[in-house]
Design a protein around this ligand. Structure first.
Ligand code: ARG
Length: 459
């Protein structure tokens, strides 16, 4: 298409290389922001009318025209034309076809530079609200399970080696608290993404004194960007969102990894619902935890989007540079990946079957060696000594081919005189778990307190 027909074509006489057209366009992905773009334009038209740049009639014509363009997008009837380089040019071109010459007044004092930054912030702000809803649903699913499965005990691991008995609910809630933090971080991000750049012009500001505070209110922004160069250059909100997404995906990947391990035949603690598993094309017996593997794997692409974008963003000169068009795809992809992952993780948790007997059967008395040491601590023996004594008990049992719980009180007395009949009471997993009753511990009461805490937050 010839330069003269483009919105910016006035000073051009040569043709654009078709390869360059394709290389330059962003419409195939930024069309996702069509509604934000139209909302921003409708508000801007009113701001122009308030300044007397548009008559009321003109403003109303633009408003109706923009609504008609939006309707076309929503009905799926918006037809792209060659030269619709991005969502801003496409909407303005179509508006012109619908309302005629007055469409040419809309862009007065505005640039695609303040427009694109506005659209992205508007779009992302609304998506963040949606993601916050999914995060809460995931927390709710974890809390619900934790409440239901409160009596189930299992081995807790460090280094993936059996360490101490814990409540299964305690493990579920550890993830719930991560996701709660993720939600809190996203909430704290809202005022930062909610800064309005519109009215910054191309870079230097708006010459028609448009009321930016009014625009911010109109579009539901918390504040206006206080400097037009900052307003048009800034994409920190993209980088920040990509970080928050990466962090949440890391939490999801860790949850997925735990469940993948627990779903192996070797562990057999959990069984994934059929709806979230797949079979093998070759081995008929296989049931693979594909949902969990995807949840674990998708972390990579979100982090990759963040690192890629940060490299693009680095060392850009002030203010808008076309490099910045590379900001949208990682942002869209992170939103889509996070949105899908949160919903699948919620469904997996809600439908998971657990094998409480298998979990319990994996508890062995050696996991109570710490409790044995703590027994002596309660009799006044310094912990460093008790650790050693309990270790000796473990060894004694091992030599005899048994468990520490098989040792008699007389056996234990040979290791330390403070051992007494009541030592038998510590060889009980329930007791061990319930002893850990300081805030945050795995006792029944402290796990219930965690559930209450999260329920209050969810309410
Ligand atoms: N499609 C562009 C982008 O996504 C819009 C802004 C273009 N501004 C410009 N001065 N060329 O970044």
């Amino acid at each position: 298409m010839s330069g003269a027909k483009k919105l910016w074509g006035g000073r051009f006489s040569g043709e654009t290389d078709p390869l360059m057209e394709a290389f330059n366009e962003s419409i195939h992905f930024d069309r996702r922001m069509h509604a934000a773009d139209i909302r921003g334009s409708q508000a801007y038209a009113r701001a122009l009318q308030k300044q007397g740049i548009l008559t009321e009639g003109e403003q109303q014509a633009l408003d109706r025209g923009l609504t008609a363009v939006l309707d076309e997008w929503q009905a799926g009837t918006f037809e792209l034309r060659p030269g619709d380089e991005d969502i801003h040019t496409a909407n303005e071109r179509r508006l012109g076809e619908i309302v005629g010459e007055v469409a040419g007044k809309l862009h007065t004092g505005r640039s695609r530079n303040d427009q694109v930054a506005t659209d992205m912030r508007l779009w992302l702000r609304d998506e963040v609200q949606r993601l916050l809803g999914y995060l809460r649903e995931l927390v709710a699913a974890l809390v619900q399970r934790a409440e239901h499965d409160i009596d189930v005990l299992m081995p807790g691991y460090t280094h993936l080696q059996r360490a101490q008995p814990i409540r299964w609910s305690h493990l579920l809630l550890s993830y719930a608290f991560w996701f709660q933090q993720d939600a809190q971080r996203l909430e704290q991000f809202l005022p930062r993404v909610s800064q309005l750049p519109l009215g910054s012009g191309a870079l230097a500001g708006n010459p028609f004194q448009v009321d930016r505070e009014w625009l911010a209110q109109e579009l539901g922004f918390a504040s206006v960007t206080p400097n037009s160069l900052y307003g048009t250059s800034d994409r920190d909100f993209v980088a920040e969102f990509l970080f928050h997404s990466s962090m949440t995906m890391i939490h999801i990947s860790r949850l997925a990894e735990d469940l993948i391990i627990y779903s192996t035949a070797e562990f057999g603690f959990v069984q994934l619902a059929d709806a979230y598993s797949t079979g093998s094309s070759l081995m008929p017996q296989k049931k693979n935890p594909d949902s969990l593997e995807l949840l674990r794997g998708k972390c990579g692409r979100v982090f990759g989007g963040m690192s890629g974008f940060m490299m693009t963003y680095k060392a850009l000169p002030s203010t808008y540079n076309k490099d910045m068009q590379e900001d949208k795809e990682p942002m869209f992809d992170a939103v889509d990946t996070l949105s899908g992952s949160l919903q699948i993780a919620t469904a997996v948790i809600a439908t998971l079957k657990i094998n409480a007997d298998k979990m319990k059967a994996s508890l062995t008395a050696d996991m109570l060696a710490t409790d044995l040491a703590e027994y002596l601590v309660r009799k006044g023996v310094p912990f460093r000594q008790t650790h050693h004594i309990s270790g000796a008990a473990v060894k004694m049992a091992e030599v005899r081919g048994g468990q520490i719980s098989d040792l008699s009180v007389a056996d234990l007395k040979t290791l330390h005189p403070s051992f007494d009949e009541d030592v038998k009471l510590i060889f009980n997993f329930e007791t061990s778990v319930n002893n850990r009753s300081s805030i945050g511990g795995t006792s029944r009461a402290t796990v219930e307190a965690q559930i209450d805490m999260l329920k209050k937050w969810l309410a």
